[in-house]
Design a protein around this ligand. Structure first.
Ligand SMILES: *Cc1c(COP(=O)(O)O)cnc(C)c1O
Length: 444
């Protein structure tokens, strides 16, 4: 790499003074680590220390960093066309990405909206649902229903469907639309639908269906809101009720999509189809921001029949060619199918190692699905303190709330994975009962 400069000095003082980081204070800044380069599953810090990455940079970097195929695709695209407006113009990178998304997702999803981030893909999905019912002469269907403990992003409509207790709703009050909340699913993964969930779903649909445009949910895994897995039968029931009561089903696969839970999309565990599907995070293999919202022919034609006659959204960087080139290369790597065995191997490893954490009285639960491993503590952890301990152990793991968890790149080696899980066990075991019961907001 001709341009690689690992002698970069990092101006930490400027950073602390002037730059926001996710979910941080500008007066009491949390420590940050300087990264100068990344290769495979390793991040290199400014002091030369190398860390094994357990986060895939928040679910996204599934093939590892500096993958030659993705780099080559991006470099070629960069010198040809980095960006051009999408209004009145199209280009092959957007077409190639969309072709693959249509091919890889369920047969009914045929229309693609290319957005610039996951939160925007969620905004687009919600707007699609509202416009759809305007076009189907049921304009009273204007509310969204969802489950508690969900996470769908940080913009206003996305916030309105995030978990209502404790987080964004209380902070932004009336600026956040009041949506309809069903209790979080309690039926566990691999178990049938229990009576509690069944009744909660039926009651909610009976009571609210006339006003409900759509249900939005993260299939199988509730991510940043809870780090927990639930029954596929829950989704089957939800699909059935949506059909019965004329409600659209929006699946948010931004974290779960592209193999993370062991199937290409998490909805495959339940064998259902979404009316609207959001993808993001791993779409470009984690190289650059891109997300997409897919919908069915029926949803698209409903929107086109609405009073507006068009779908009312169109961001400046819609369908960015450079991002689409990265996405196309990343999707082609997934289409080789190599991820299937890789994710299975990670799952086997996590199932063999992480349950040992249960010997600590401070550990409440250990959960594994696909390439996601979670140790849930009894009380909230101190992110900065644990982060430091992990860095000292040579790994990058970023706990939040009560969760010490990993979702590494699929390309991680057995040896690297052992380093990660050993570090998790060591750190979980050092945690003492926390009297202050520190709580941290969301996933920062
Ligand atoms: C991360 C995430 C989002 C938001 O995506 P951004 O790219 O951060 O805006 C939405 N939904 C789910 C399920 C996510 O995990």
């Amino acid at each position: 790499m001709a341009f690689l400069d690992t002698n970069t000095t990092i101006d930490f003082a400027f950073d602390a003074q002037h730059i926001w980081h996710p979910y941080t204070s500008m007066t009491q800044s949390l420590p940050v680590y300087g990264v100068v380069s990344a290769q495979g599953c390793e991040l290199t810090l400014d002091n030369g220390k190398v860390l094994i990455d357990g986060t895939s940079s928040w679910w996204s970097c599934v093939h590892g960093y500096s993958h030659p195929t993705i780099l080559a695709a991006m470099q070629k695209q960069l010198s040809q066309l980095s960006h051009v407006m999408f209004g009145g113009i199209t280009h092959q990178p957007a077409i190639e990405t969309s072709k693959r998304l249509v091919q890889m997702t369920s047969d009914n999803l045929t229309k693609v909206f290319l957005a610039d981030s996951g939160s925007i893909a969620v905004e687009v999905a919600l707007k699609m649902a509202l416009q759809y019912w305007q076009g189907r002469s049921k304009p009273q269907k204007q509310r969204i229903m969802t489950v508690k403990s969900g996470y769908h992003g940080d913009t206003f409509a996305a916030m309105s469907v995030c978990d209502p207790d404790g987080g964004m709703h209380t902070m932004f009050g009336n600026n956040v639309t009041k949506q309809v909340f069903i209790p979080a699913p309690t039926s566990k993964f691999d178990e049938p639908l229990n009576q509690i969930d069944n009744d909660a779903l039926e009651t909610a649909f009976t009571q609210y269906h006339q006003d409900i445009a759509a249900v939005i949910i993260e299939p199988i895994m509730q991510g940043a809101g809870a780090m927990r897995f639930y029954s596929a039968a829950y989704l089957t029931k939800l699909r059935q009720l949506c059909d019965q009561y004329d409600v659209l089903l929006i699946l948010d696969e931004i974290a779960t999509g592209f193999g993370r839970t062991g199937t290409l999309f998490a909805y495959e565990h339940a064998n259902i189809e979404a009316d609207i599907l959001c993808v993001g995070k791993a779409l470009t293999g984690g190289y650059i921001s891109l997300a997409a919202t897919l919908c069915s022919d029926e949803v698209a034609s409903g929107i086109s029949d609405s009073p507006a006659g068009v779908f009312m959204h169109g961001p400046t960087f819609m369908g960015n060619p450079l991002a689409c080139a990265a996405a196309t290369a990343s999707l082609d790597l997934l289409l080789t199918g190599e991820w299937i065995q890789q994710v299975k191997d990670i799952e086997t490893h996590l199932l063999h190692t992480l349950p040992a954490a249960m010997k600590s009285t401070q550990v409440k639960d250990v959960r594994v699905l696909g390439s996601v491993g979670v140790i849930e503590m009894r009380s909230s952890v101190n992110t900065a303190t644990l982060q430091k301990a992990f860095v000292e152990l040579g790994v990058w793991v970023r706990p939040f709330s009560r969760y010490i968890y990993i979702m590494p790149p699929y390309t991680i080696t057995e040896e690297q994975l052992t380093r990660l899980t050993s570090a998790m066990l060591v750190v979980a075991d050092t945690i003492v009962p926390n009297k202050n019961n520190q709580t941290l907001i969301s996933h920062g």
